[in-house]
Write a protein that binds this ligand. Structure first.
Ligand code: AMP
Ligand code: ZN
Ligand code: FE
Ligand code: FE
Length: 281
């Protein structure tokens, strides 16, 4: 059984529609795929309907934009109720902040001599209910200022970079409470990726597990090298946290993140499924 629990569609900053993504999951020989768009549930119904048609189990997920110690941290949620008012309110606040920062980012890019228009960015936003940095990156590529999304981030858009503008994100511990309060299973995405180990040290993860009932850590992820995966796997076992593996697929928006490039063990997915069922309200 092949299980991939972290993917993005055009409902956030991936390039496949939810339908196309689930069809690609068949080609990648996946049995289970979670759609985890950034701060929105908008793509889930279409993904689930396609899954029923093509014989792939689609897990209703999300990736919530959180923050700890001033750094951005992503939290995956599985089976959270889209109608939960507190979670919905916070997700809307994140989306508003993401879109609201666009004017500021465009002004900074202009001053750096690599201007793009709001209309150019909006052409890449598609069905996404908010404007992410990857959409701005796409406009920079189109204008010929950079070759790809990665170069756009590395030169201009990275956290603290020359065209970066701060936006609202949810305190991590509160984010875990929100996902669990909405009946969801909470897993920290790529916790030690991109040199972030100092943001989420083992002691903090232990506190989040003990006091906020964090469910798991995404261990197998392309942002983690072999040694990091090993240390995270050991830590997850020590803290009695579930260890997941996923692609973080973004279609053509992210290279080296093909569907199924990392997968989650069937026994771990069975436990996630049990917890989702037990928490349905
Ligand atoms: P935003 O939520 O608009 O701040 O943008 C976050 C998105 O940008 C996520 O999908 C990340 O995958 C992507 N992202 C963040 N940092 C980088 C980076 N250094 N290179 C490429 N993509 C990135
Ligand atoms: Zn993304
Ligand atoms: Fe992420
Ligand atoms: Fe992601």
């Amino acid at each position: 059984m092949r299980i991939d629990l972290h993917t993005h569609s055009s409902t956030s900053d991936g390039t496949d529609t939810p339908e196309q993504l689930v069809e690609q999951a068949v080609r990648a020989r996946l049995d289970v795929v979670a759609l985890t768009d950034h701060d929105t549930f908008d793509g889930l119904d279409a993904a689930v309907a396609t899954g029923e048609r093509v014989g792939v189990q689609v897990v209703r997920g999300l990736e919530l934009s959180c923050t700890h110690g001033g750094s951005s941290v992503h939290l995956l949620g599985y089976g959270a109720d889209p109608a939960d008012p507190e979670l919905a309110r916070e997700m809307a606040r994140v989306r508003d902040g993401r879109t609201g920062r666009l004017t500021g980012v465009l002004a900074k890019l202009d001053a750096l001599g690599v201007g793009v228009s709001e209309e150019a960015v909006m052409r890449f936003v598609g069905d996404s209910p908010s404007v992410g940095r990857p959409h701005i990156a796409d406009a920079l590529v189109e204008a010929g200022h950079v070759h790809d999304r990665t170069e756009a981030f590395d030169r201009y858009l990275y956290d603290g970079g020359p065209a970066h503008v701060h936006r609202y994100a949810i305190d991590l511990a509160h984010g875990i409470d929100l996902v669990r309060g909405a009946g969801g299973v909470a897993v920290i995405a790529h916790p030690w990726g991109r040199g972030r180990e100092h943001v989420l040290p083992a002691e903090l993860l232990a506190v989040l597990a003990a006091e906020h009932h964090l469910d798991g850590l995404e261990v197998e992820h392309q942002d983690h090298d072999r040694a990091t995966r090993h240390r995270l796997r050991v830590l997850a076992r020590q803290l009695d946290l579930l260890a997941t593996g996923s692609s973080d697929y973004h279609g053509t928006g992210k290279v080296d993140h093909d569907l199924g490039v990392n997968t989650t063990d069937p026994s771990v997915f069975a436990e996630i499924s049990d917890r989702m069922a037990a928490r349905v309200r």
